[in-house]
Design a protein around this ligand. Structure first.
Ligand code: B12
Length: 217
């Protein structure tokens, strides 16, 4: 990925320029750039806006505009993932969502798209999803994996509550539970007894394949 393209992606996201973000995403497809590297450029840019927000250089309306530009670019790029990978066999069923009280859905949607592109049957419940809804959907579709995203330190406790609820309902052995999102660490994963975590969508796919035994990984 050339540096000037990365800089343009960063500018489009920081400025919250939806037209520019869409134009860059379309250009990347036309020029058949490697989709994952393009997504990585946009992801680095949106994380940078998070730091600006944390440092008080960005306020919520600006963060929201940046997120809109990011979502616009992702809406163009993620459908292209499946054509790039060209997979068709089903590796298993995954129920995925962002935990209750948390509306961050960009990373979760990326993970869902990559899982689908790699051959999983994905049921994306969206954001702010109640714990029982994850469980009921997983039972209904007979999923092998439940993926829970959380971006806030206050909402990641919901990942634990979901696992505790599975234990209470005698369902823990029935599903592999994968967790993720910026505040999630390996320590947290171990502490709450999840089956794994990954820091980006590519590693999330590797992990999902591993837990269903689709790779020796
Ligand atoms: C964009 C954004 C928003 C957007 C969200 C838009 C949307 N539809 O998603 C908006 C502006 C709406 C928003 C709102 C808020 N936000 Co915000 N936001 C962000 C920001 C800048 C980027 C998040 C993002 O999209 N990252 C890009 C994606 C690609 O990365 P990702 O989400 O981490 O996902 C990747 C991995 O984590 C992993 N992954 C993700 N999920 C899963 C799941 C599984 C199973 C696996 C295996 C892997 C995995 O793979 C993904 C793809 O590579 C972050 C900063 C940051 N560093 O994360 C702050 C951040 C998360 N927000 C923050 C805050 C405080 C808020 C608000 C509370 C602000 C407010 N005062 O209202 C609200 C929350 C409202 C709510 N109830 O949810 C804080 C959280 C601080 C904390 N310690 O909890 C952060 C860290 C910013 C900061 N530095 O202060 N936010």
């Amino acid at each position: 990925m050339d540096e000037s393209f990365q800089i343009k992606c960063k500018e489009a996201i920081i400025q919250g320029n939806i037209d520019q973000a869409e134009a860059l995403a379309k250009k990347a497809l036309e020029e058949t750039k490697e989709i994952n590297s393009v997504i990585n450029s946009f992801s680095a840019a949106i994380r940078h806006t998070g730091r600006l927000f944390e440092d008080g250089e960005f306020f919520l309306p600006e963060l929201m505009r940046s997120a809109e530009a990011m979502k616009a670019a992702m809406a163009i790029l993620t459908p292209a993932l499946s054509t790039e990978q060209g997979k068709s066999q089903s590796l298993g069923k995954v129920v995925i969502g962002t935990i209750e009280n948390d509306i961050h859905d960009i990373g979760k949607t990326l993970v869902a798209s990559m899982l689908e592109a790699e051959g999983f049957e994905v049921y994306d419940l969206g954001a702010d999803v109640a714990i029982e809804k994850f469980i009921e959907k997983a039972l209904e579709v007979e999923a092998q994996i439940i993926c829970i995203s959380a971006l806030l330190t206050t909402t990641m406790t919901g990942q634990k509550r979901l696992i505790d609820r599975l234990i209470e309902r005698n369902l823990r052995e029935r599903f592999k539970v994968l967790i993720g999102g910026a505040p999630v660490s390996k320590d947290w994963c171990e502490e709450i007894g999840a089956d794994g975590t990954a820091e980006n969508a590519i590693s999330a796919v590797k992990l999902a394949k591993k837990v269903v035994g689709a790779t020796e990984g």
